[in-house]
Design a protein around this ligand. Structure first.
Ligand SMILES: Cc1cc2nc3c(=O)[nH]c(=O)nc-3n(C[C@H](O)[C@H](O)[C@H](O)COP(=O)(O)O)c2cc1C
Length: 407
Protein backbone atom coordinates (compact mmCIF):
# COMPACT_ATOMS: atom_id res chain seq x y z
CA UNK A 1 0.00 0.00 0.00
CA UNK A 2 1.14 3.53 -0.77
CA UNK A 3 2.54 4.91 2.51
CA UNK A 4 0.82 8.24 2.03
CA UNK A 5 -2.54 6.47 2.08
CA UNK A 6 -2.03 4.79 5.44
CA UNK A 7 -3.45 7.88 7.11
CA UNK A 8 -6.92 6.89 5.86
CA UNK A 9 -7.11 3.79 8.03
CA UNK A 10 -10.03 3.94 10.50
CA UNK A 11 -10.91 7.49 9.41
CA UNK A 12 -14.56 8.41 9.45
CA UNK A 13 -15.29 10.27 6.25
CA UNK A 14 -18.69 11.80 5.63
CA UNK A 15 -18.97 11.97 1.85
CA UNK A 16 -21.33 14.64 0.52
CA UNK A 17 -22.52 14.04 -3.04
CA UNK A 18 -24.14 16.91 -4.94
CA UNK A 19 -25.97 17.16 -8.26
CA UNK A 20 -23.66 17.03 -11.25
CA UNK A 21 -22.59 14.69 -14.02
CA UNK A 22 -19.60 13.54 -11.93
CA UNK A 23 -21.91 12.25 -9.16
CA UNK A 24 -21.49 8.70 -10.53
CA UNK A 25 -17.77 8.92 -9.65
CA UNK A 26 -18.77 9.04 -5.95
CA UNK A 27 -19.28 5.26 -6.26
CA UNK A 28 -15.66 4.64 -7.21
CA UNK A 29 -14.43 7.19 -4.67
CA UNK A 30 -16.34 5.37 -1.92
CA UNK A 31 -14.66 2.10 -2.89
CA UNK A 32 -11.18 3.63 -3.02
CA UNK A 33 -11.50 5.31 0.37
CA UNK A 34 -12.84 2.09 1.88
CA UNK A 35 -10.00 0.08 0.32
CA UNK A 36 -7.63 2.28 2.31
CA UNK A 37 -9.46 1.50 5.55
CA UNK A 38 -11.74 4.55 5.83
CA UNK A 39 -15.31 4.22 7.10
CA UNK A 40 -17.74 6.04 4.82
CA UNK A 41 -21.19 7.51 5.43
CA UNK A 42 -22.91 9.38 2.66
CA UNK A 43 -25.21 12.40 2.41
CA UNK A 44 -26.75 13.11 -1.00
CA UNK A 45 -28.47 16.30 -2.03
CA UNK A 46 -31.86 15.89 -3.70
CA UNK A 47 -30.31 16.84 -7.07
CA UNK A 48 -27.59 14.21 -6.64
CA UNK A 49 -30.26 11.49 -6.49
CA UNK A 50 -31.22 12.44 -10.08
CA UNK A 51 -27.72 11.45 -11.21
CA UNK A 52 -26.99 8.31 -9.15
CA UNK A 53 -29.32 6.27 -6.97
CA UNK A 54 -29.00 6.28 -3.19
CA UNK A 55 -29.30 2.49 -3.41
CA UNK A 56 -25.99 2.22 -5.27
CA UNK A 57 -24.17 4.34 -2.70
CA UNK A 58 -25.94 2.62 0.19
CA UNK A 59 -24.82 -0.79 -1.07
CA UNK A 60 -21.24 0.38 -1.58
CA UNK A 61 -20.89 2.26 1.70
CA UNK A 62 -22.74 -0.51 3.62
CA UNK A 63 -24.60 2.25 5.48
CA UNK A 64 -27.94 3.98 4.88
CA UNK A 65 -27.55 7.05 2.69
CA UNK A 66 -28.78 10.23 4.39
CA UNK A 67 -31.03 12.48 2.34
CA UNK A 68 -33.34 14.52 4.55
CA UNK A 69 -32.93 17.15 7.17
CA UNK A 70 -36.54 17.27 8.29
CA UNK A 71 -37.25 13.59 8.72
CA UNK A 72 -38.17 12.56 12.30
CA UNK A 73 -37.18 8.91 11.68
CA UNK A 74 -33.67 9.63 10.44
CA UNK A 75 -33.22 12.46 12.97
CA UNK A 76 -33.84 10.03 15.81
CA UNK A 77 -31.52 7.39 14.24
CA UNK A 78 -28.48 9.47 13.26
CA UNK A 79 -29.48 13.11 12.98
CA UNK A 80 -27.55 16.04 11.58
CA UNK A 81 -25.67 16.76 14.81
CA UNK A 82 -24.70 13.09 15.27
CA UNK A 83 -23.45 12.92 11.69
CA UNK A 84 -21.42 16.09 12.17
CA UNK A 85 -19.90 14.70 15.40
CA UNK A 86 -19.24 11.29 13.87
CA UNK A 87 -17.06 12.61 11.05
CA UNK A 88 -13.29 13.10 11.14
CA UNK A 89 -13.65 14.83 7.78
CA UNK A 90 -16.51 16.00 5.56
CA UNK A 91 -15.59 15.60 1.90
CA UNK A 92 -17.99 16.95 -0.71
CA UNK A 93 -17.23 15.25 -4.02
CA UNK A 94 -18.40 16.25 -6.49
CA UNK A 95 -19.24 19.73 -5.22
CA UNK A 96 -21.60 21.63 -7.52
CA UNK A 97 -21.38 25.37 -8.12
CA UNK A 98 -24.74 25.65 -6.40
CA UNK A 99 -23.58 23.77 -3.30
CA UNK A 100 -20.42 25.88 -3.00
CA UNK A 101 -22.53 29.04 -3.18
CA UNK A 102 -24.82 27.75 -0.43
CA UNK A 103 -21.87 26.72 1.73
CA UNK A 104 -20.16 30.09 1.21
CA UNK A 105 -23.27 31.99 2.23
CA UNK A 106 -23.85 29.89 5.33
CA UNK A 107 -27.11 28.31 4.23
CA UNK A 108 -28.59 25.46 6.21
CA UNK A 109 -31.43 24.63 3.86
CA UNK A 110 -30.78 20.91 3.42
CA UNK A 111 -29.05 18.11 5.32
CA UNK A 112 -25.60 18.53 3.74
CA UNK A 113 -25.30 22.29 4.30
CA UNK A 114 -26.68 21.97 7.85
CA UNK A 115 -24.20 19.21 8.74
CA UNK A 116 -21.37 21.38 7.39
CA UNK A 117 -22.56 24.24 9.61
CA UNK A 118 -22.76 21.96 12.65
CA UNK A 119 -19.39 20.27 12.05
CA UNK A 120 -16.21 21.02 13.95
CA UNK A 121 -14.08 18.69 11.82
CA UNK A 122 -12.33 19.82 8.62
CA UNK A 123 -14.42 20.25 5.46
CA UNK A 124 -13.06 19.65 1.94
CA UNK A 125 -14.72 20.32 -1.40
CA UNK A 126 -13.82 18.76 -4.75
CA UNK A 127 -15.57 20.93 -7.36
CA UNK A 128 -16.80 19.48 -10.65
CA UNK A 129 -18.46 21.60 -13.31
CA UNK A 130 -18.25 22.91 -16.84
CA UNK A 131 -15.17 25.10 -17.45
CA UNK A 132 -17.29 28.22 -18.14
CA UNK A 133 -19.12 27.71 -14.84
CA UNK A 134 -15.85 27.30 -12.94
CA UNK A 135 -14.43 30.46 -14.51
CA UNK A 136 -17.43 32.64 -13.53
CA UNK A 137 -16.48 35.43 -11.09
CA UNK A 138 -19.27 34.39 -8.71
CA UNK A 139 -17.98 30.79 -8.53
CA UNK A 140 -14.38 31.97 -8.19
CA UNK A 141 -15.30 34.38 -5.44
CA UNK A 142 -17.20 31.62 -3.58
CA UNK A 143 -14.30 29.19 -3.78
CA UNK A 144 -11.85 31.86 -2.55
CA UNK A 145 -14.16 32.76 0.32
CA UNK A 146 -14.45 29.09 1.33
CA UNK A 147 -10.67 28.62 1.22
CA UNK A 148 -10.14 31.80 3.24
CA UNK A 149 -12.41 30.28 5.91
CA UNK A 150 -10.38 27.08 6.11
CA UNK A 151 -12.29 24.83 3.71
CA UNK A 152 -9.87 22.61 1.79
CA UNK A 153 -10.14 22.84 -1.98
CA UNK A 154 -9.25 19.61 -3.80
CA UNK A 155 -8.97 20.32 -7.52
CA UNK A 156 -10.55 20.85 -9.91
CA UNK A 157 -8.58 19.20 -12.70
CA UNK A 158 -8.03 20.43 -16.23
CA UNK A 159 -9.04 18.37 -19.29
CA UNK A 160 -11.84 17.20 -21.55
CA UNK A 161 -15.28 17.52 -19.97
CA UNK A 162 -18.53 15.55 -20.25
CA UNK A 163 -20.04 18.40 -22.29
CA UNK A 164 -17.16 18.25 -24.82
CA UNK A 165 -15.39 21.43 -23.60
CA UNK A 166 -11.78 21.41 -22.51
CA UNK A 167 -10.61 23.42 -19.50
CA UNK A 168 -10.51 23.59 -15.71
CA UNK A 169 -13.49 22.15 -13.84
CA UNK A 170 -13.22 18.34 -14.00
CA UNK A 171 -13.50 16.40 -10.77
CA UNK A 172 -9.99 15.49 -9.63
CA UNK A 173 -9.11 12.00 -10.83
CA UNK A 174 -10.22 9.48 -8.14
CA UNK A 175 -6.68 8.28 -7.43
CA UNK A 176 -5.47 11.88 -6.93
CA UNK A 177 -8.57 12.70 -4.89
CA UNK A 178 -7.92 9.76 -2.57
CA UNK A 179 -4.30 10.85 -2.11
CA UNK A 180 -5.31 14.48 -1.50
CA UNK A 181 -7.89 13.32 1.07
CA UNK A 182 -5.26 11.23 2.81
CA UNK A 183 -2.87 14.20 2.89
CA UNK A 184 -5.48 16.21 4.83
CA UNK A 185 -4.91 13.92 7.79
CA UNK A 186 -1.16 14.59 7.76
CA UNK A 187 -0.70 18.03 9.34
CA UNK A 188 3.08 18.03 8.96
CA UNK A 189 3.36 19.63 12.43
CA UNK A 190 6.00 17.13 13.57
CA UNK A 191 7.64 16.29 10.24
CA UNK A 192 11.25 15.18 10.76
CA UNK A 193 10.81 14.57 14.51
CA UNK A 194 11.17 11.25 16.29
CA UNK A 195 8.64 10.89 19.08
CA UNK A 196 8.91 8.25 21.80
CA UNK A 197 5.69 7.48 23.68
CA UNK A 198 5.22 5.17 26.65
CA UNK A 199 1.72 3.76 27.07
CA UNK A 200 -0.42 1.43 29.14
CA UNK A 201 0.18 -0.04 32.58
CA UNK A 202 3.20 -1.94 33.84
CA UNK A 203 2.96 -5.31 35.56
CA UNK A 204 5.13 -6.02 38.57
CA UNK A 205 5.57 -9.72 39.21
CA UNK A 206 4.89 -11.24 42.64
CA UNK A 207 5.44 -14.85 41.63
CA UNK A 208 5.30 -16.74 38.28
CA UNK A 209 1.49 -16.36 38.04
CA UNK A 210 0.68 -13.14 39.90
CA UNK A 211 1.43 -9.46 39.48
CA UNK A 212 0.28 -6.06 40.63
CA UNK A 213 -0.78 -3.52 38.03
CA UNK A 214 -3.26 -0.68 37.47
CA UNK A 215 -6.32 0.22 35.37
CA UNK A 216 -4.53 2.06 32.55
CA UNK A 217 -6.04 1.00 29.20
CA UNK A 218 -3.36 2.47 26.95
CA UNK A 219 -6.04 4.37 24.98
CA UNK A 220 -4.50 7.81 25.48
CA UNK A 221 -0.95 6.71 24.63
CA UNK A 222 -2.06 4.86 21.49
CA UNK A 223 -4.21 7.84 20.41
CA UNK A 224 -1.16 10.09 20.84
CA UNK A 225 0.97 7.71 18.78
CA UNK A 226 -1.61 7.95 15.99
CA UNK A 227 -1.78 11.76 16.23
CA UNK A 228 2.03 12.07 16.16
CA UNK A 229 2.18 9.79 13.10
CA UNK A 230 -0.48 11.90 11.40
CA UNK A 231 1.61 14.97 12.15
CA UNK A 232 4.46 13.41 10.16
CA UNK A 233 6.61 12.11 13.04
CA UNK A 234 8.44 8.79 13.31
CA UNK A 235 6.98 7.16 16.42
CA UNK A 236 8.49 4.66 18.86
CA UNK A 237 5.72 3.30 21.11
CA UNK A 238 6.97 1.56 24.25
CA UNK A 239 3.90 -0.18 25.54
CA UNK A 240 2.95 -2.15 28.61
CA UNK A 241 0.33 -4.93 28.20
CA UNK A 242 -2.87 -3.48 26.65
CA UNK A 243 -5.80 -4.54 24.46
CA UNK A 244 -5.16 -1.69 22.01
CA UNK A 245 -4.29 -2.20 18.34
CA UNK A 246 -1.10 -0.33 17.48
CA UNK A 247 -1.21 2.06 14.49
CA UNK A 248 0.31 0.57 11.31
CA UNK A 249 3.37 2.73 10.97
CA UNK A 250 4.47 2.68 14.59
CA UNK A 251 7.73 1.16 15.85
CA UNK A 252 6.21 -0.90 18.69
CA UNK A 253 8.27 -2.17 21.62
CA UNK A 254 6.25 -4.38 23.98
CA UNK A 255 7.33 -4.44 27.60
CA UNK A 256 5.91 -5.78 30.86
CA UNK A 257 7.50 -4.26 33.95
CA UNK A 258 8.59 -0.73 34.86
CA UNK A 259 12.23 -1.81 34.76
CA UNK A 260 11.71 -3.25 31.28
CA UNK A 261 10.11 -0.02 30.15
CA UNK A 262 12.91 2.06 31.68
CA UNK A 263 15.64 0.04 29.94
CA UNK A 264 13.92 0.22 26.56
CA UNK A 265 13.31 3.95 26.91
CA UNK A 266 16.97 4.55 27.77
CA UNK A 267 18.20 2.43 24.88
CA UNK A 268 16.21 4.45 22.28
CA UNK A 269 16.64 7.91 23.81
CA UNK A 270 19.55 8.98 21.61
CA UNK A 271 17.23 8.92 18.58
CA UNK A 272 14.38 10.76 20.33
CA UNK A 273 13.46 14.43 19.84
CA UNK A 274 10.19 14.40 21.81
CA UNK A 275 9.39 12.10 24.73
CA UNK A 276 5.79 11.70 25.92
CA UNK A 277 5.38 9.60 29.07
CA UNK A 278 1.76 8.46 29.12
CA UNK A 279 2.28 5.03 30.70
CA UNK A 280 0.93 4.47 34.19
CA UNK A 281 4.21 3.17 35.56
CA UNK A 282 4.10 1.33 38.89
CA UNK A 283 5.96 3.39 41.49
CA UNK A 284 6.95 0.25 43.41
CA UNK A 285 7.61 -3.43 42.67
CA UNK A 286 7.81 -6.43 45.01
CA UNK A 287 11.34 -6.63 46.39
CA UNK A 288 11.52 -10.36 45.83
CA UNK A 289 9.82 -12.22 43.00
CA UNK A 290 9.12 -15.74 44.22
CA UNK A 291 10.36 -18.51 41.91
CA UNK A 292 7.39 -20.73 42.69
CA UNK A 293 3.71 -19.89 43.08
CA UNK A 294 3.01 -18.67 46.63
CA UNK A 295 0.83 -21.29 48.33
CA UNK A 296 -2.23 -20.41 50.36
CA UNK A 297 -2.02 -20.84 54.14
CA UNK A 298 1.63 -21.86 54.28
CA UNK A 299 2.39 -22.61 57.93
CA UNK A 300 -1.22 -21.60 58.80
CA UNK A 301 -0.61 -17.94 57.83
CA UNK A 302 -3.76 -15.81 57.47
CA UNK A 303 -1.93 -12.75 56.09
CA UNK A 304 0.71 -12.22 53.47
CA UNK A 305 3.33 -9.49 53.70
CA UNK A 306 4.97 -8.18 50.58
CA UNK A 307 7.88 -5.79 50.69
CA UNK A 308 8.17 -3.24 47.89
CA UNK A 309 11.08 -1.29 46.45
CA UNK A 310 10.94 1.85 44.36
CA UNK A 311 10.95 1.59 40.57
CA UNK A 312 13.03 3.90 38.40
CA UNK A 313 11.34 7.24 37.65
CA UNK A 314 11.33 6.83 33.89
CA UNK A 315 10.34 10.35 32.89
CA UNK A 316 12.57 12.07 35.46
CA UNK A 317 15.53 10.06 34.13
CA UNK A 318 14.67 11.18 30.59
CA UNK A 319 14.43 14.84 31.62
CA UNK A 320 17.83 14.62 33.37
CA UNK A 321 19.57 13.92 30.06
CA UNK A 322 21.72 16.64 28.57
CA UNK A 323 20.64 17.50 25.95
CA UNK A 324 17.21 16.19 26.79
CA UNK A 325 14.32 15.60 24.41
CA UNK A 326 11.27 17.89 24.68
CA UNK A 327 9.68 16.06 27.59
CA UNK A 328 5.95 15.74 28.16
CA UNK A 329 4.37 14.06 31.17
CA UNK A 330 0.89 13.16 32.35
CA UNK A 331 -0.34 13.63 35.88
CA UNK A 332 -3.29 11.40 36.79
CA UNK A 333 -4.55 12.78 40.06
CA UNK A 334 -7.65 12.41 42.20
CA UNK A 335 -7.36 15.75 44.10
CA UNK A 336 -5.55 19.12 43.94
CA UNK A 337 -5.00 18.26 40.28
CA UNK A 338 -3.38 21.47 39.06
CA UNK A 339 -1.17 22.00 42.13
CA UNK A 340 0.22 18.48 42.02
CA UNK A 341 0.75 18.70 38.28
CA UNK A 342 2.66 21.98 38.48
CA UNK A 343 4.85 20.55 41.26
CA UNK A 344 5.61 17.52 39.10
CA UNK A 345 6.38 19.78 36.11
CA UNK A 346 8.95 21.75 38.11
CA UNK A 347 10.47 18.94 40.17
CA UNK A 348 10.93 16.59 37.23
CA UNK A 349 12.03 19.39 34.86
CA UNK A 350 9.35 18.60 32.28
CA UNK A 351 8.52 20.92 29.39
CA UNK A 352 4.79 20.21 29.41
CA UNK A 353 2.41 18.32 31.64
CA UNK A 354 -1.13 17.15 30.98
CA UNK A 355 -3.09 16.92 34.20
CA UNK A 356 -6.22 14.82 34.34
CA UNK A 357 -8.73 13.92 36.99
CA UNK A 358 -8.99 10.15 37.37
CA UNK A 359 -11.37 10.37 40.33
CA UNK A 360 -14.25 10.85 37.86
CA UNK A 361 -14.79 7.43 36.25
CA UNK A 362 -16.57 8.97 33.22
CA UNK A 363 -13.25 10.45 32.13
CA UNK A 364 -9.63 9.38 32.43
CA UNK A 365 -8.66 5.73 32.93
CA UNK A 366 -10.36 3.29 30.54
CA UNK A 367 -12.76 5.93 29.25
CA UNK A 368 -12.76 7.27 25.67
CA UNK A 369 -12.99 10.78 27.07
CA UNK A 370 -10.55 12.96 28.93
CA UNK A 371 -10.79 16.36 30.64
CA UNK A 372 -7.42 17.95 31.17
CA UNK A 373 -5.38 21.03 31.86
CA UNK A 374 -2.17 21.41 29.88
CA UNK A 375 0.51 23.27 31.84
CA UNK A 376 3.98 24.59 31.08
CA UNK A 377 6.37 26.93 32.87
CA UNK A 378 4.63 30.19 31.99
CA UNK A 379 1.19 29.13 30.92
CA UNK A 380 -1.70 26.73 30.83
CA UNK A 381 -4.75 25.79 28.77
CA UNK A 382 -7.90 24.21 30.22
CA UNK A 383 -9.21 21.66 27.75
CA UNK A 384 -12.93 20.83 27.77
CA UNK A 385 -14.07 17.19 27.95
CA UNK A 386 -13.14 15.64 24.61
CA UNK A 387 -12.23 12.32 23.07
CA UNK A 388 -8.71 11.01 23.69
CA UNK A 389 -8.23 11.21 19.93
CA UNK A 390 -9.18 14.91 19.76
CA UNK A 391 -7.07 15.67 22.85
CA UNK A 392 -4.09 13.94 21.23
CA UNK A 393 -4.34 16.18 18.17
CA UNK A 394 -4.44 19.26 20.43
CA UNK A 395 -1.42 18.05 22.41
CA UNK A 396 0.53 17.49 19.18
CA UNK A 397 -0.33 21.03 18.04
CA UNK A 398 0.75 22.50 21.39
CA UNK A 399 4.05 20.55 21.30
CA UNK A 400 4.70 21.77 17.77
CA UNK A 401 3.94 25.38 18.83
CA UNK A 402 6.44 25.04 21.71
CA UNK A 403 9.11 23.71 19.36
CA UNK A 404 8.50 26.65 17.02
CA UNK A 405 8.27 29.10 19.98
CA UNK A 406 4.87 30.31 18.79
CA UNK A 407 3.06 29.82 22.09
C1 LIG B 1 -27.55 17.20 -16.83
C2 LIG B 1 -27.06 18.18 -15.79
C3 LIG B 1 -25.74 18.18 -15.46
C4 LIG B 1 -25.26 19.06 -14.49
N1 LIG B 1 -23.94 19.02 -14.15
C5 LIG B 1 -23.48 19.90 -13.25
C6 LIG B 1 -22.10 19.87 -12.89
O1 LIG B 1 -21.32 19.07 -13.36
N2 LIG B 1 -21.68 20.75 -11.96
C7 LIG B 1 -22.50 21.67 -11.40
O2 LIG B 1 -22.04 22.45 -10.57
N3 LIG B 1 -23.81 21.69 -11.71
C8 LIG B 1 -24.31 20.85 -12.61
N4 LIG B 1 -25.63 20.88 -12.95
C9 LIG B 1 -26.52 21.83 -12.24
C10 LIG B 1 -26.92 21.30 -10.87
O3 LIG B 1 -27.48 20.02 -10.97
C11 LIG B 1 -27.89 22.25 -10.19
O4 LIG B 1 -27.25 23.48 -9.94
C12 LIG B 1 -28.46 21.70 -8.91
O5 LIG B 1 -29.36 22.65 -8.37
C13 LIG B 1 -27.37 21.37 -7.89
O6 LIG B 1 -27.99 21.03 -6.66
P1 LIG B 1 -27.16 20.65 -5.37
O7 LIG B 1 -26.04 21.63 -5.28
O8 LIG B 1 -28.13 20.80 -4.24
O9 LIG B 1 -26.72 19.24 -5.52
C14 LIG B 1 -26.13 19.99 -13.90
C15 LIG B 1 -27.49 19.97 -14.24
C16 LIG B 1 -27.94 19.08 -15.20
C17 LIG B 1 -29.39 19.09 -15.55
Amino acid sequence: MNNALLTLRNRRILLGVTGGIAAYKAAELTRRLQDQGAEIRIIMTRSATEFITPLTLQALSRNPVHLDLLNPDTESAMGHIDLARWADLILIAPASANFMARLASGHGDDLLTTVCLAAECPVAVAPAMNQAMWAKPAVQSNQKLLVSRGVHLLGPDHGIQACGDTGAGRLLDIEKLTLATSALFDSGELTGQTVMITAGPTREAIDPVRYISNHSSGKQGYALAEAALDAGARVILISGPTQQTPPDRVDLVSVVSAQDMHENVQSRLAETDIFIGVAAVADYRPKLVQNQKIKKNTHGQRTLMLEFVENPDIIAEVAKRDPKPFTVGFAAETEHIEDYARKKLTEKKLDLIIANNVADTDIGFNSDLNETTILWENGKIDMPTMSKKALSQKIVTIISQHLKHTI
